[in-house]
Each structure stands twice: as structure tokens, then as C-alpha cells.
Ligand binder design. Sequence first.
Ligand code: HEC
Length: 134
Amino acid sequence: MSETSNAGDPHTRVRCSVRVLSCVLALALPGVAPARADDPPAATGSAEVGAQRIKTAGCTTCHGRDGLSRLAEAPNLAGQVQGYLASALQAYHSGERKNEIMNTVAGPLSDEDIANLAAYYSSIKVSVTPPPRP
Ligand code: HEC
């Protein structure tokens, strides 16, 4: 081994494993990872405020007050994971996710609106009955 090589240097090994660990943590614990500017808003919305906003924003026409689809192409939103709803709405808002209807609807929404709407639709209680096991 040449004198300039540091492959066996214990400090290098520690640095590598810390880097790997922080990667693993960022994947496993997104809430613990440092926030970035383009992260979706934290799950802090108010379902009560969202319940009012769905009426003025027109969401109910296609997704219902109960979060069940009223349109063949529209997904059900009832009981969906709050963080997923918020990221989906942010992606429509920014244009990162493309759908003519949802880009138009989400364009004017504020971060606060998005958090409240996500809180509302995720707060709807759903129950499921899986099909019988084969
Ligand atoms: C005119 C009908 C219409 C209206 C009004 C509407 N949506 Fe949608 N929404 C759709 C359709 C269609 C899709 C599926 C788009 C796609 O394929 O990406 C969708 C998709 C979504 C998704 C993504 C769901 C998923 O599983 O990825 C969310 C979240 C959503 N809408 C929330 C809302 C909210 C909140 C409002 C009110 C601010 C709203 N929508 C208003 C039709 C509508």
C-alpha cells in the first residue's frame, strides 16, 4: 500500500458508514430527514378547515364529500394516506404531475389549502372487506 492511500484509514471507514447510515435513515424515516425547500408541507392540515375548502374548491364534484369518485376517471380519496394526498396535490400544483383537470384545480391552491384538503380526505374513515382467500 502506498503512503498516500487511505483505504485502511479508520477515519475514512467511519465517514463512509455515517454517509450510508444517513441515506438509510432518510429512506426509512422521512420525517427525521432534514427538510428541503421542495418537500411537501408537513402533515399539519386541519380536516375541519379542509371540509369547508372542498366546497369552494369544487373537489366534491369529482371526488365527493365522502371521498368516493363521482367520475369514471377520478380516484377515490377517502382514507388515503395524508402525506400521499399532500404530495400528489403539490405535484399537480407545480405541474410536476400532469393531468389537465387536476393541474387547473390545484394551480391556485396554497400550501395551507393543500395541507387542509389532504387532512380532510385522509380523515374519512374507511373499512375494507378483502376478497376471500383462494
Ligand atoms: C373535474 C373533476 C375533478 C375535480 C373538480 C377535482 N379532481 Fe382531483 N382528480 C380528478 C381526476 C380525473 C384525477 C386523476 C388524475 C390523474 O390521472 O393523474 C384526480 C386526481 C386527484 C388526486 C390524486 C389521487 C391519487 O391517487 O394519486 C388527488 C389527491 C386529488 N385529485 C384531489 C383533489 C382535490 C383536493 C380537489 C379539489 C381541490 C380535486 N381533486 C378536484 C378529477 C377532479
